[in-house]
Structure formats: structure tokens, C-alpha cells
Design a protein around this ligand. Sequence first.
Ligand code: IPM
Ligand code: MG
Length: 359
Amino acid sequence: MTFNIALVPGDGIGPEIVDAAVAVLKAVGEKYGHGFQFETVVAGGAALDQFDVPLPKESLEKCLHSDSVLLGAVGGPKWDTKPGHLRPERALLGIRKELNLFANLRPAKLLPMLASASPLRADIADKGVDLLIVRELTGGMYFGPRGRSQGDLGETAYDTEIYSRGEILRIGRMAFEAALKRRKKVCSVDKANVLESSRLWREVMHELAGEYPDVAYSDMLVDNAAMQLIQNPSQFDVIVTSNLFGDILSDEASQLTGSIGLLASASLGEGTRGMYEPIHGSAPDIAGQGLANPIATILSAAMMLNLSFGLAEEAKAVETAVEKVLEKGFRTRDIASGGSYVTSGEMTRRILAEISCGS
Ligand code: IPM
Ligand code: MG
């Protein structure tokens, strides 16, 4: 089969990590007899430099016509002073919204050989970390009405958290369905003791919990969840939460696994097309130095194989290859715990070799 993939390298380390994932996809294609066709899409700061807009129409069109999108990262200090609608991040938010990718799946798993890279105390790490954050991605504070005005205390700015029943239902369903394929637990994270939008969120989640009697359901306030993630992460299976809370908690969860350079994500909607991206940013300070960890993007490509293309075996082969390389002791700088480390290119070559020779 042939799959058309739109590549959005973006900024900073984006291009190098996307190259790494493309090499992995090509190796998978060769080994298993699939064709992957790649089309590069300019977006983010790169598009601002060339076209003065973060997401040119043509770029969006290419994403809309692809079977899936693989994105590196967007943003950097060069564009930090741009007004909101001209920031590189708008490209990312624009693609998510226009492709209606309302569900962002962010798995965080602590691999045993990386326990020393995790800041967790050994007795906590030993109990395991294997959770999936299901983050709402096209609503909430990121997309609500915003603006500035003059108030009694000077200039005033606001953003609005808005959620409809329909938005909560569809993200909730994703979470419950995901839980059925895992350890059958859903924890919904909100701030229902203060926010009205969270109270609706909680009501709808309770309705859904009634529809899924096989799933053990709980609610947790976001401040408590931030604490519980460190204190007792093994209690979590699927966490479902809003756009803003999910953004924050997924960075926190990434640290439990050793590095944000390991965390992949899938953004999905109703159909099979998704966007796949590492959860980390563009890290302009290390761009082009061979220091970036390509694993998060490579594992994002594996999620694409599995979730958008139905290639579960191929996805597993990529994950196994990554684990084997880590088991053999190869580390990029972010997970080296002060020891010796290999370049991004070397890490990618090791993973490619495992894929080619794996069974
Ligand atoms: C993420 C990132 C983005 C987000 C930024 C770059 C807009 O932090 O994917 O987690 O907040 O969604
Ligand atoms: Mg984030």
C-alpha cells in the first residue's frame, strides 16, 4: 500500500528529528513492502520567514490532502515578539483545528532501562509509570474568545475557557475507548471546585462513565493531579483532560519517563488521518548540533503506522527497535544521566539497524 505523508519540519530541531523519523518510515517501508510518499510542508517560523504567515493556505491544503501529517516542532525566540496571530505556534493550532483533530493522545511510559534518567525516587519508579494522557485539542482556553481592553488598573487581557457538551462527549469517548484497550481506568482531571466549564466537563464524564461499566472511573482536581503524578504515578492508566491542563500535565508526565525527548503524540479526529508530533518544542538552543533526541518523533511515526495506517506489527517493530537500542545502553544527551552519549544521527542509525535486522 502507498501512504501519503505531509511533513512539517518546522523550526529549531524540527527538521533534524523529522528526517530521523522519515528514515525510519523508509526502513519500515522497505522491510514490509509499503510505499510512503512524503511531501514537505512549510509552516511555523519557517513560513513566517518565507511568506509572512505561519500557515500558508497551500501548506494547509497539503495537510488536508495527506493520509497523515508528521510534524517536528514550531517556534523560536526569533518570532517571539510577533503578535499572537503571527506566531509560529498558530500554524500548529491552525492545523489541529482545520483538520478537526480534537483528541491528542500522549502516552508516557517509564522504560526499566531508563529508570536512572527519571527523577522519581526508586521505590516510586519501581511501581511503574505507564499512562496515557488524552488531551482535548481544539477547544478550551486555546480557542476561546480573547482580547485586550482598558480597565481600572490599566491594560487588561483575557482568554476564555469554553467547552460544549459535544466537545466533552467526543473527547471522553476517546478516553474510555482507549482505556478498554489498556488497564480499563479513566481519571478525568478538571478544576470543578472553581470553574463552571469544569463542572459541565465533570457532569458529562459521569454520564459517559455510566456507559462504560467495565472502566473504573474517577475524577481528580488538576492541582491534586499535578501532585499525584509525582507521588503515585502508577495509579494512573488513562487521564482525560482539557486542552490547557493536558498541555501542562503532559510535560510533567514526560519527566517521569526520563526526558521530554521520548514522548510521542497522536492527534486524531473522526477519520483515520491524524497529525503525529513529539510533545517537545523546537529547542532552538541545541538545533543543528546533533544533540536532539529523535526518539519522540520516531515513536510518533510508529503511532502513525498503528493508528492511521492500521500497521500494528510495523509500529511494534519500531518500538521494539527503540527499546533494543536503549537496552544496549545508547543514550542521547538528554537521557545520558551525566554519562557518555551518542549524537542524534548515531541514535537514528542504531534504530534503523535494529529495524532492518529485527524479526
Ligand atoms: C504542545 C505545545 C503546543 C501546545 C504549543 C507549541 C502551541 O506546547 O504541543 O504541547 O501548547 O499545544
Ligand atoms: Mg506543550
